[in-house]
Design a protein around this ligand. Structure first.
Ligand code: AMP
Length: 197
């Protein structure tokens, strides 16, 4: 693992602990010799994680669409800032540049980005680890919703077990380094599974 993609809020959240832990994760990423790949913004938890990496001497690649640069939210201090034409281009570039994906607390943008990676992976596009690094129980309800998807047979239990959820970055990084993707199918229907083989 050489690089890690962090998805997180462009807002700082309601409690100081969100920014504190995001900065801490940034420092940890640098200490592990990993490159941070992220959305290139300077606001909220995005700015905090990037500043954490940079303060600890690490490298940061930001990938940001032109219209967000124009809104003056691009972080000008990162090691490399790639400016792309659209949100779709950005996500695909972040996918190519990264060996693992983690979501810190955030809003729609964060949820959409990590869920896209999870959906790609369950369709066999990319076999890279995806994790929710929780802060102060922020993700408890979302993980409950994912368990509900399993209980109602919209999601394979193996797919649910193929994501990591917890508060300890050390454990998360260990899990990522040892990761091998589940061999689980997306579909419950035998015929559909066989047709796609
Ligand atoms: P949200 O969780 O809705 O705040 O969205 C944060 C995620 O969406 C980040 O991981 C970014 O990739 C992207 N994003 C949303 N807003 C911005 C912004 N102002 N600057 C850069 N990226 C953003």
């Amino acid at each position: 693992m050489k690089s890690i993609c962090v998805y997180c809020g462009s807002n700082p959240g309601a409690k100081p602990v969100y920014v504190e832990r995001a900065t801490e994760l940034g420092r940890r990423i640098a200490a592990e010799g990993l490159r941070l790949v992220y959305g290139g913004g300077r606001t909220g938890l995005m700015g905090a994680v990037a500043d954490g990496v940079l303060a600890a001497g690490g490298e940061v690649t930001g990938v940001i669409p032109q219209h967000l640069v124009d809104l003056e939210v691009a972080h000008k201090g990162v090691t490399t800032l790639e400016i792309v034409g659209s949100m779709h281009e950005r996500k695909s570039r972040m996918f190519d540049l990264s060996d693992a994906f983690v979501a810190l607390p955030g809003g729609f943008g964060t949820a959409e980005e990590i869920f896209e990676m999870l959906t790609w992976r369950q369709l066999g596009i990319g076999k890279k680890p995806c994790a929710f690094l929780d802060i102060d129980g922020f993700y408890t309800q979302l993980i409950g919703m994912i368990d509900h998807m399993v209980a109602e047979r919209f999601l394979h239990p193996e797919q649910r077990d193929d994501l990591w959820h917890g508060e300890d970055p050390t454990r998360m990084l260990e899990w990522m380094r040892a990761y091998s993707p589940a061999q689980a199918d997306k579909w419950f229907d035998e015929k559909k599974r066989n047709a796609l083989r």
